[in-house]
Design a protein around this ligand. Structure first.
Ligand code: SF4
Length: 339
């Protein structure tokens, strides 16, 4: 079992690194006055596609060709015929696009846009952990590095984790990594016992159960919805749990007019767009902030998006052996997910 203090230390270090080593912007004079227009021109020039995650800033969401969660983004990356993929998300997501498209140029606006969850599963420690369970199938949540994917048998996302685990024969033991909260949620949904890597997401772990209950008392008509990366203590107060896309679909179908939303606050931009007459309240974190934004995701800005397209850098590169080993479990996920 991995010591939780080590995981917390890794998460803290990754946040500090993200904040202090972020790509520096050039002088404003290098930036056009109409960034949206300039990005559209570069997109045509490069034959590029802009893929963005729901946790990006509103401007980036608005300019994206495709907006989605990890599953949708990897499906889109797998089928694009663009020459250049501009990935407005975090490093592991752009890596996934590169694994699926080794011959394409994959750009990430800020190379320091990492992920506390991915960083909580270092390859050496995971290899040792895996060696202790040699007969186990390794299912890894897509929020992990290419090195961890290369050590996995199947990749999953929060949208398909339950479906994929249900396809594994009941007598086959499973390691689930790196998110322990998603792992616990999948165990509860499938009735399967799994060996969990003890990683977590700093954003989803920060929601306060106490403040959430206070908010529910304040808004008795509001329905609480949550992402399965949240801790079980928070999830038990939610009437609906699902991936980012599932949450977005749910608020449109539900007759409720008001929702308390326990996931990264960026999704609220899309929720307000698709259901403008409904109200969305971000679930409160433990600190004094009123909302939760992923500091890694927010390192990307419209300016950096423009600059990475203009200079065709920073580019995602991977050793060929890692790319090939990581491709198999992703393809397995795409096949199993389509069943
Ligand atoms: S929200 Fe959590 S899992 Fe998603 S990129 Fe940020 S730190 Fe990683």
């Amino acid at each position: 079992m991995v010591d939780k203090t080590i995981i917390k230390e890794l998460i803290a270090r990754s946040l500090v690194a993200a904040v202090f080593t972020s790509t520096l912007l050039p002088p404003k004079t290098e930036l056009p006055s109409d960034l949206f227009g300039a990005i559209a021109d570069l997109k045509r020039e490069l034959n590029a596609v802009i893929l963005a995650h729901y946790y990006q800033d509103a401007d980036i969401q608005d300019i994206a060709d495709y907006l989605g969660d990890s599953l949708g983004l990897s499906q889109e990356a797998a089928k694009t015929d663009a020459d250049v993929i501009v990935f407005a998300g975090v490093h592991f997501m752009a890596e996934t696009a590169k694994i699926l498209n080794p011959n394409k140029l994959v750009l990430l606006p800020d190379l320091d846009a990492g992920c506390s969850l991915a960083d909580s599963c270092p390859p050496d420690a995971f290899a040792a952990f895996k060696a202790k369970h040699p007969d186990h199938l390794v299912i890894s949540y897509i929020n992990c590095t290419a090195d961890i994917k290369a050590m996995s048998d199947i990749i999953c996302t929060s949208a398909n984790a339950v479906k994929l685990v249900n396809q594994i024969p009941a007598d086959r033991p499973i390691i689930f990594a790196p998110d322990r909260n998603l792992g616990k949620y999948v165990m509860a949904q499938t009735g399967r016992d799994m060996v969990l890597w003890q990683g977590s997401c700093m954003v989803h772990e920060t929601f306060s159960e106490k403040k959430m209950v206070q908010l529910q008392i304040q808004h008795p008509q509001a329905e609480t919805i949550a992402h399965p990366e949240c801790e079980p203590a928070v999830l038990r107060h939610a009437s609906y749990i699902g991936s980012t896309t599932a949450l977005l679909n749910y608020i449109q179908q539900s007759s409720s007019q008001r929702f308390i939303v326990a996931t990264e606050a960026g999704i609220i931009h899309q929720m307000a767009k698709v259901a403008p007459h409904k109200q969305f309240i971000p679930a409160p974190p433990l600190n004094n902030c009123a909302c939760n934004e992923c500091p890694h995701m927010r390192l990307n800005t419209l300016e950096k998006l423009y600059l990475c397209m203009k200079h065709r850098t920073p580019e995602i590169t991977l050793p060929e052996a890692t790319q090939q080993a990581a491709l198999k479990p992703i393809q397995r996920m795409l096949e199993m997910s389509a069943r």
